[in-house]
Unconditional design. Sequence first.
Length: 319
Amino acid sequence: MEFFKIHKDIPFMRHALTFNIISFATFLLAVFFLFSRGLHLSVEFTGGTVMEVAYTQAADVGQVRNTVAALGFSDVQVQTFGTSSDVMIRLPAQEGVSTAQQSASVLAALTAQDPAVVMKRSEFVGPQVGRELAEDGLKALGMVIVGIMIYLAIRFEWKYAVAAIVANLHDVIIILGFFAYFQWEFSLAVLAAVLAVLGYSVNESVVIFDRIRENFRRFRKMQPTEIIDSAITSTISRTIITHASTQMMVLSMLLFGGPTLHYFALALTIGILFGIYSSVFVAAAIAMWLGIKREDLIQPGTGSKKDEDPNDPNAGASV
């Protein structure tokens, strides 16, 4: 399916060096903010008090959040748990204030608005649990990266695997850089969004690499830069359809999902936008710098007449 078809290839690779310099500068800025400001970790990572309260009817999560925030708690996480009448509240640890005192003050504020509120559970989650979550998250991220590299190396060639991983790490670091610079809360939901962006970005790279391989087979006399430009140009319509559709869904979560989904959707939005950019100007450009050629993907002598484009004036010429 195509909204439009571009008949003349756009010379993307002509500007590859300029865009790579911009990418490198942006990457360095993100790394700088990560080290200088650090991530603003949520209660899930730093530890705090976890409460579960039950209402007799569907709870107004927004009202509960405002009530708890009015007590002076910052970075409060409020969400339904199990049913619409059960609410989980995560409170950051406060120096000199015990879990029991935090729970009592919150419950008193909630019962002042609805006397039927019942506290089902209240416990302290220590920072050790947060460290374990962070370690497990890093392990998950590492496993995803290794898996992607193995997949691309098997499906294509090591140069493509290196190019795709550099592009995907570029997206991940930039997302983290945004969260570090603006000190947005980094939670497990945001970590899940980062992992989703990895898979989403590599999908776009695979589509372009597939078209590059197809073009190497069809256009035997074209230079690698021309092959890459043709591959990117021919997949633009598909890219617009896919990313616009996905971004519409993510934007709905960002605008109407409330505080619970806000940073999750924000991380996805940043990842999708930079994923488009990195697939074209980072992954494809790095593959070009690494010196990809027809022989990397197609063994000499395996081409045939049926692989050639009948409209290619160079079709049928020797390699």
